[in-house]
Ligand binder design. Structure first.
Ligand code: ZN
Length: 693
């Protein structure tokens, strides 16, 4: 399945600083605040607002060796991790009267931090799974082996932008495109180890170099598990060839952005007819899937090709392929040799990270993944005061009113389309901070003894939880992110916008900052998520979350003209990444940025009016409220990525890089040009102004 949740940013692998809190006396890491001291006055704001607003932060905050991105998201993530770290140490040390939550997170933490056990016992613990692959003598046995792999590690039920990141294919629940309130089953393309199909198919020198290094990495992993070097080299080349075949049959990431291209509705008999050589009955039984009224197959061509691979690819190639995928998924919990081999390729080669995170931080991330709504309770208790939720609710209400007015004022929409847009906005629900009801982990056994055992049981628990959704009504109140996550998202099928507690920290949400700053910083984040419901993908879903066209032909045409302007504006060379950005890949995110800032600005105007103030009033720092609003906005994006990460992101990810999220957005705004007295012809005064909402 393709998970339709549109996030605020690329999910940064939460990296680490060296000076981490390990006891109560240690200092908490610093988060940033929006301030004029961040401004580099040597830069002309009308030429490069990103470097003007962020220059002094970028120049003085060097990226730590174990980060791939450094900026507000990373600094808050580090602060959040320090909070979680302390909660985990406390839970692990507590001897008497532990709550059920403290037992789970404390014991998980203890097992995860045991490096010596990982070095001496972990590969042995993985052996039953590896043996199941070794014992696969005929392709008729693929289904049960694959089901076992899919239920032993995370991901089979989590569709990504490019594919489901799991061996062969993904399977899990999804809201029905035609009736979002009911959950059905979905099969998705998968099978790749590299970040997307272009990594296999592009012909440039850098792509070839990455593939060569990938083969060396695969060989290294196989050798660490006991395969001889010549054999491992040969198998690694076969694995690359198999994955290249899979890449060729995958739908590309641009076509995949259009939900209509994914909505292939089939009976189970029709699914079986696509891939007759695969035993779907056995697979579905082994992953404990209930039967579904329909099965959505995102990419039928991929499943047709799968049949051919099963028939023609020798079974020993499949064994090598599956063995590698198991090792790759388990690597972070195995011995240091595996951890380092995986780091060298997946983090250093693909994202430019120079140094591995300290173990404590990797274990915080894993506890968050496996027990997120248990650990999240500790985060909320320590870091999310009820007043934050109240202030957010006020801002969300202000922004929604602003969008309502904007829809009403649009001169390019007919009344009937406007009425449907109003209905959709009214039906959108906001979730702030954390779930109303915490997930019950009581049936999940967590011990202080076996890290890999905990991980496999947690994956099986989550797999079962996901499968049980099939055939049931959609739960719109479920969260797709854990409370400490520094991100936000919109889900068009739920018709919800979601703001985890983790992002409601400075500089995004600052209790000490005035409204101009907060509407610029977190206000635009709220605006971004709200607009996702009305971007080029979101507009295809109605108030109910159904994939249903509520646009007149003329209004749709008008919308597309405006959308094309944005897509063309962002189709640009990104010199620092060495590749060209495709504005069709980032169109939804760029539309959300483009419109989010407008409705945040309108909401600020109303907020100030209530207080008898205006956007042009000056504060103690000599700046107008509007200038402070734009600085607040830019400070969300005062960060940067390593060049390797930029390349990978531009090729595979729907988000533009930080400086474009600032400069391209303000260049469309006369209000910005007025606020900073930009002359006509300045680089950030675009003659052709792109604007939808
Ligand atoms: Zn977004």
């Amino acid at each position: 399945m393709k998970t339709l949740a549109f996030c605020l940013l690329f999910a940064v692998s939460v990296a680490a600083a060296q000076s981490a809190a390990t006891d109560r006396s240690a200092q908490m890491p610093e988060v940033g605040h929006v301030s004029t001291t961040n401004v580099d006055k040597s830069v002309d704001p009308c030429s490069d607002f990103y470097h003007y607003a962020c220059g002094n932060i970028l120049n003085t905050h060097a990226m730590p060796a174990d980060e791939i991105y450094w900026g507000p998201f990373g600094r808050i993530a580090l602060w959040n991790d320090a909070v979680l770290h302390q909660a985990l140490i406390d839970a692990a040390a507590k001897r008497e009267g532990r709550t059920a939550v403290e037992q789970k997170i404390g014991d998980y933490w203890t097992a995860c931090m045991d490096q010596s056990a990982a070095n001496t016992q972990s590969l042995q613990q993985l052996q039953p799974l590896l043996s199941a692959v070794d014992q696969m003598k005929a392709m008729s046995q693929l289904a049960p082996v694959l089901a076992r792999i899919h239920t032993s590690f995370y991901a089979a039920w989590e569709g990504g932008d490019n594919q489901t990141n799991v061996a062969v294919f993904g399977y899990g629940p999804t809201p029905d495109f035609n009736n979002a309130r009911s959950v059905v089953a979905s099969f998705d393309q998968g099978g790749l180890s590299l970040p997307g199909r272009d990594f296999y198919l592009n012909d440039d020198a850098k792509s070839k170099e990455i593939r060569d290094k990938f083969v060396a990495y695969v060989s290294r992993m196989l050798q660490l598990s006991g395969t001889t070097a010549p054999q491992a080299d040969a198998e690694a080349r076969e694995i690359l060839a198999m994955e290249t075949n899979m890449a060729k049959s995958q739908m590309d990431v641009i076509k995949r952005r259009d939900p209509k291209n994914l909505n292939h509705r089939m009976s189970l008999a029709q699914v079986k007819a696509l891939t007759p050589s695969f035993n779907f009955d056995e697979y579905l039984k082994d992953v404990h899937s209930p039967s579904s009224s329909i099965y959505i197959v995102t990419t039928p061509e991929f499943f047709q090709a799968l049949d051919q691979w099963i028939r023609t690819e020798p079974v020993d190639h499949w064994r090598s392929y599956l063995r590698f995928h198991i090792l790759q998924k388990a690597a972070s919990s195995l011995s240091d040799d595996f951890v380092n081999a995986s780091f060298e390729f997946n983090d250093k080669q693909l994202f430019g990270q120079q140094q591995i995170q300290p173990r404590w931080r990797r274990c915080v991330a894993r506890t968050d993944r496996d027990l997120g709504e248990a650990l999240g309770q500790a985060y909320v208790a320590r870091a999310f005061p009820p007043a934050s939720k109240q202030r957010m609710l006020t801002m969300v209400a202000d922004l929604k009113s602003a969008l309502d007015r904007d829809i009403e004022a649009a001169d390019w929409m007919q009344p009937q389309t406007k009425a449907a847009a109003h209905r959709k906005l009214a039906a959108q629900i906001e979730k702030i901070g954390y779930p109303d009801h915490w997930r019950d982990y009581s049936s999940l056994n967590i011990t202080a003894e076996s890290n890999l055992g905990n991980i496999e049981r947690a994956a099986a628990f989550e797999s079962n939880r996901q499968m049980q959704k099939i055939g049931k009504p959609l739960d719109r109140m479920e969260w797709g992110m854990t409370p400490p996550t520094v991100n936000a998202y919109e889900n068009p099928q739920e018709n919800t916008i979601n703001f985890p507690a983790g992002i409601l920290q400075p500089p995004f949400f600052d209790a000490d900052a005035d409204d101009a700053i907060n509407y610029g910083a977190i206000g635009v984040v709220i605006g971004h998520e709200t607009i996702h419901g009305f971007d080029d993908q979101g507009r295809k879903f109605d108030a109910n979350g159904d994939l249903k066209d509520w646009w007149t032909d003329q209004d749709a045409k008008n919308y597309d003209e405006r959308g094309n302007c944005i897509a063309e504006e962002y189709t640009q060379l990104v010199p620092e990444a060495g590749v060209k950005q495709n504005g069709r890949l980032t169109q939804g995110e760029d539309t959300a940025d483009n419109g989010g800032i407008y409705i945040a600005m309108a909401a600020l105007r109303s907020d100030l009016m209530r207080q008898g103030k205006t956007l042009d009033d000056k504060g103690a720092d000599g700046l107008t409220n509007l200038q402070r609003f734009f600085l607040g906005y830019a400070n969300d994006w005062c960060g940067s990525f390593r060049p390797e990460a930029m390349r990978t992101i531009v090729l595979t990810n729907p988000h533009s890089l930080d400086q474009y999220r600032v400069n391209n957005v303000v260049a469309n705004m006369p209000e910005f040009q007025k606020a900073f007295s930009c002359r006509v012809g300045a680089p950030l005064v675009h003659a052709k102004r792109c604007h939808i909402w």
